[in-house]
Design a protein around this ligand. Structure first.
Ligand SMILES: *Cc1c(COP(=O)(O)O)cnc(C)c1O
Length: 488
């Protein structure tokens, strides 16, 4: 399988060649030259597979340059009940992403797929745990080293650190805004004592952290000398690992693909990484009726799917909300969907995303003066959207607690609220649970008046000793710190 850049760069690298990289050299994102196809018969044969074996079947279609036996060993090492053990009462850890039916009535069935049972209690573990094992495997083959540099507002950083801790040849340098993460998130990252994990608390906001990562990535000589890699949301291996749980969700909710059964998914969305995996699953032939993007007050994606206008937000227009992992000003994976929407016309994709840089967005509504009329085809792709507010989250957390006796987190609450607006009779609606409530306890306390339950082992998290370095938001200082600790 070869990969192409959304902006048309001539090279067509393999899976392993893009595993450790970020953007394509032309600033585009990589996608397969052709989506591998899964027939309905093949899909039905996958019903009996364990999650790890299903992951192998899906991934081997994309990672054709990894020997099958090696890939199979990697998925079996990654997707175990021990790693994804933070289940709710009544959930089977062996299922990895257990699916539960919340309600079934004339309006259709509403279901919740747990993706947050991994070590950091958010869905980012689903891909990051695999990435950690893939990196270690790829590096071991040629004895190389990798220094991962990242910026986090909370969930990505901890998922990356728990996936890479103790891995041979890998170090993680994670920048986070000093004193801006929740107490739980801070403790989760800073309590790691593994010598290959470096937490840098930057005196600034998340954007300062991200700017420093960009500055380092743009210094190609430094990047090469220090073997810097990234694991941000555009990483292709992360997206492809996420494709698997759409297949699992479909298979858990249905009995026969050949008989024409479909499902819909509602996905709490920020950078469009999670739902992009759903789009890819559908392009492979998974019978998905609707893919619904749920946003919070930061509604860049909802605006596009309602109007055809993509308008990135300025920092001052980006709200700090109670579903903070979706507080984004632009959706970094969105370009992958736009590439397909425009029939893979890379010249137009490049022009549109150049326009994002100069004018802050583009318009595909087809109105006079717009940049195109492809918006009407969004429907063909089955996308829909909705948004929610802080009050909606509070109300939804209460309702779900009252009606079904389970506590959901704030991001999942955005999903449930929007899912209920998009139900169709006869089509199960699966909401992806993207975090456990314990991670965002402040809002749970506000909604329910009680603390969210913590999985075993997390009770005294905040009391553990913490290990981190406070540094000014100064790229030169941080580059020097990394260089002094890479051993290169
Ligand atoms: C990262 C994250 C999201 C958003 O996912 P995207 O792939 O960026 O769309 C939603 N909820 C939680 C809890 C997250 O950590």
């Amino acid at each position: 399988m070869q990969y192409v850049s959304t902006r048309g760069h001539a090279a067509t690298p393999s899976f392993c060649e893009i595993l450790l990289g970020g953007l394509a050299p032309d600033g585009g994102l990589y996608l397969p030259a052709d989506y591998p196809q899964v027939s309905l018969e093949e899909l039905d044969r996958w019903r009996a597979l364990s999650y790890a074996d299903l992951a192998f079947e899906v991934l081997k279609k994309f990672a054709t340059d990894i020997p099958a036996a090696d890939l199979h060993a990697l998925t079996r090492k990654t997707y175990t009940a021990e790693v994804y053990r933070n289940t709710r009462a009544g959930e089977d850890a062996a299922a990895i992403t257990p699916l539960r039916t919340l309600e079934k009535n004339g309006a259709g069935a509403l279901m919740l797929q747990s993706l947050s049972n991994g070590p950091t209690l958010a869905f980012k573990d689903m891909a990051m745990q695999l990435l950690g094992n893939l990196f270690e495997y790829a590096l071991a083959k040629d004895g190389a080293a990798l220094n991962i540099l990242g910026a986090t507002s909370g969930d990505t950083g901890s998922a990356a650190e728990y996936a890479m801790r103790g891995k041979h040849g890998i170090r993680v340098f994670m920048l986070s805004p000093h004193r801006k993460m929740s107490a739980f998130q801070t403790a989760q990252m800073f309590s790691l004592q593994d010598p290959n994990i470096f937490n840098i608390a930057v005196e600034g906001v998340f954007d300062d952290c991200q700017d420093i990562v960009k500055a380092v990535s743009n210094d190609l000589a430094y990047k090469a000398a220090q073997k810097i890699g990234t694991v941000n949301s555009i990483n292709w291996a992360r997206v492809v690992a996420q494709v698997v749980y759409y297949f699992r969700g479909y298979l858990s909710a249905t009995t026969s693909a050949v008989a024409g059964q479909k499902v819909s998914f509602t996905v709490p969305s920020g950078n469009f990484g999670n739902i992009c995996a759903g789009h890819i699953a559908r392009m492979m032939g998974l019978p998905i009726d609707k893919l619904v993007a749920a946003t919070n007050e930061n509604d860049v994606l909802d605006e596009f799917f309602r109007t055809g206008v993509y308008r990135v937000r300025k920092s001052a227009e980006t709200y700090h909300t109670s579903s903070p992992s979706m507080d984004i000003s632009k959706a970094s994976n969105f370009e992958r969907f736009v590439f397909d929407l425009l029939d893979r016309d890379s010249n137009r994709v490049r022009a549109l995303f150049d326009k994002v840089e100069t004018d802050g967005g583009f318009d595909l509504s087809g109105r006079a003066g717009s940049d195109g009329d492809e918006f009407e085809r969004v429907v063909k792709y089955g996308f829909a959207s909705g948004k929610s507010t802080h009050q909606d989250r509070i109300d939804t957390i209460r309702e779900v607690q009252d009606e079904y006796g389970i506590t959901i987190d704030t991001h999942t609450a955005d999903g449930i609220k929007v899912a209920r607006e998009n139900m169709a009779p006869g089509v199960p609606m699966i909401v992806l649970e993207t975090a456990l409530a314990a991670k965002f306890n402040e809002t749970i306390l506000e909604a329910l008046g009680t603390d969210a339950e913590r999985p075993p082992g997390f009770e005294a998290l905040e009391e553990l000793p913490q290990r981190f370095e406070v540094m000014p938001a100064d790229a030169a200082r941080i580059k020097a710190y990394i260089a002094a600790h890479t051993g290169l």
